[in-house]
Write a protein that binds this ligand. Structure first.
Ligand code: S3P
Length: 450
């Protein structure tokens, strides 16, 4: 898994109106967490709507390697027979997390306070990403880690034999770091706490409570303080994974920029720690409505209706919204290129350490297609000239990054000459049905010889 197959270049042609319903897959963040928390519970957890993308399948394999029984029934329901908090057994081989930063970082946390040793690796993208942000706080529990220079994978993690609980203030706004610390805290005695100056997605906190852990969350002047009581017995759950707002972003944004479009994307979770993109689009003047707004399992959910929006304006995206839309800036920049004026995105340094340097990857590809982009260490801006202004016609590099790949295909749909990506294969990590789903709405793709 640690390499991808041959690159598969793909062109998105200019699309005529996109119409219909887009049923996007299950939430990636919640899918990883369902498998990991299921594996740390005693008994059988059942999961419906799990995202069956490569990232999550790698986490399922990893949970098997740590001793859990994980299976899928013919009707698509997943079952995890967990081994309990502290019950992980030592894997016999290297754990290959593929492209998945969330997978590897959460699993490192989950095994860090059990006296076993595991070695982790991934694809070229994952092997280039920083892991010290995880191993630094884990060292506080007594966990050791030996990786390549600058804390890169492959890396061997030696779980603490007698873990000590930690209190950790996040130096970067990262739900992966927060979650790794909380998962490690599960097998430490006493209270583990995480202080996050900026709130990040809170799925781990919600799900830990759902699995029966004692956890408190308090908003203070220093930020959000999460306190977990260690060594709970997690109780298996029956989970319905909501559909992924980060995947919904693609059909929604494509509909806003392709003339004549009208697309319904049903059952999308609007957890405030995830829904920043949709607010931003509405601030830009997008014709985006929340239909059938309701609560499901304590989370706001709606059907999103996106219609072609010729009058969108560039805006300054509030930097305090960054964490709630961190994965959506690439596709937002494509919408910005189709709006009028400048869209300024500040406070987004984290984009530089995702599956690729997302500011750089988007800036280079947008410029190649004639769009004005400026960027600095933690900001970038895109100047748009309204609908119909993008000529396209160029091939862009996607750097093993699924969201860069899908963003440029959306750009192609709204361009005169189409846009080609050098490799569509990474899309399978998070949105394996992207192409079929977009074709059903009316998009048109063409495989290109590499
Ligand atoms: C995720 C957290 C975010 C996000 C990633 C999923 C998670 O990463 O970019 O796609 O599920 O916790 P960071 O925690 O590094 O910001």
């Amino acid at each position: 898994m640690s390499g991808h197959g041959p690159a598969t270049p793909l062109m998105a042609r200019k699309a005529t109106a996109l119409k219909g319903e887009a049923h996007v897959p299950g939430d990636k963040s919640i899918s990883h967490r369902s498998l990991i928390l299921g594996a740390l519970s005693v008994g059988e957890t059942r999961i419906r709507g799990l995202l069956e993308g490569d990232d999550v399948l790698a986490t399922a394999d990893a949970m098997r390697a740590f001793g859990a029984e994980v299976s899928r029934s013919d009707d698509g329901e997943w079952s995890v027979h967990g081994v309990g908090t502290g019950g992980f057994t030592e894997p016999e081989d290297v754990i290959d997390c593929g492209n998945a930063g969330t997978g590897v970082r959460l699993i490192m946390g989950a095994m860090a306070t059990t006296a076993i040793t595991a070695t982790f690796t991934g694809d070229a993208s994952l092997r280039s990403r920083p892991m010290a942000r995880i191993t630094d706080p884990l060292a506080g529990f007594g966990t050791q880690a030996i990786g390549r220079a600058k804390g890169r994978l492959p890396m061997t993690v030696i779980g603490a034999r007698d873990p000590i609980p930690v209190s950790y203030t996040l130096p970067v706004p990262s739900a992966q770091v927060k979650s790794a610390v909380l998962l490690a805290g599960l097998n430490a005695p006493g209270q583990t706490s995480v202080i996050e100056p900026e709130a990040t997605r809170d799925h781990t906190e919600r799900m830990l409570r759902g699995f029966g852990a004692e956890l408190s969350v308090e908003d203070t002047k220093d930020g959000r303080v999460v306190i977990l009581n260690g060594q709970p017995e997690l109780k298996p759950q029956s989970i319905d994974v909501p559909r992924d707002p980060s995947s919904a972003a693609f059909p929604v944004c494509a509909a806003l920029i392709v003339e004549g479009s009208d697309v319904l994307v049903p059952n999308i979770g609007l957890n405030p720690t995830r829904a920043g993109l949709f607010e931003t689009l509405r601030d830009m003047g997008a014709n985006l409505t929340y239909e059938n707004l309701r609560e499901e399992s304590g989370e706001p959910v709606a059907d999103l209706r996106a219609r072609f929006s010729p009058d969108m304006q560039g805006i300054d995206v509030p930097p305090e919204r960054a964490a709630s839309m961190i994965d959506e800036y690439p596709v937002l920049s494509v919408v910005a290129a189709n709006a009028k004026g400048t869209t300024m995105m500040r406070g987004v340094k984290e984009l530089r350490v995702k599956e690729s340097d997302r500011i750089d990857a988007m800036a280079v590809g947008l410029r190649a297609n004639g769009i004005a982009v400026e960027d600095g260490e933690d900001w970038w801006s895109v100047v748009g000239d309204g609908p119909g202004s993008i000529k396209g016609g160029q091939q862009v590099k996607t750097h093993l990054d699924h969201r860069i790949a899908m963003s440029f295909l959306c750009l192609g749909m709204a361009s005169t000459d189409g846009v080609t990506i050098d490799d569509a294969s990474p899309i399978a990590t998070s949105f394996p049905v992207f192409r079929t789903l977009m074709e059903q709405l009316g998009a048109s793709f063409r495989a290109v010889n590499g």
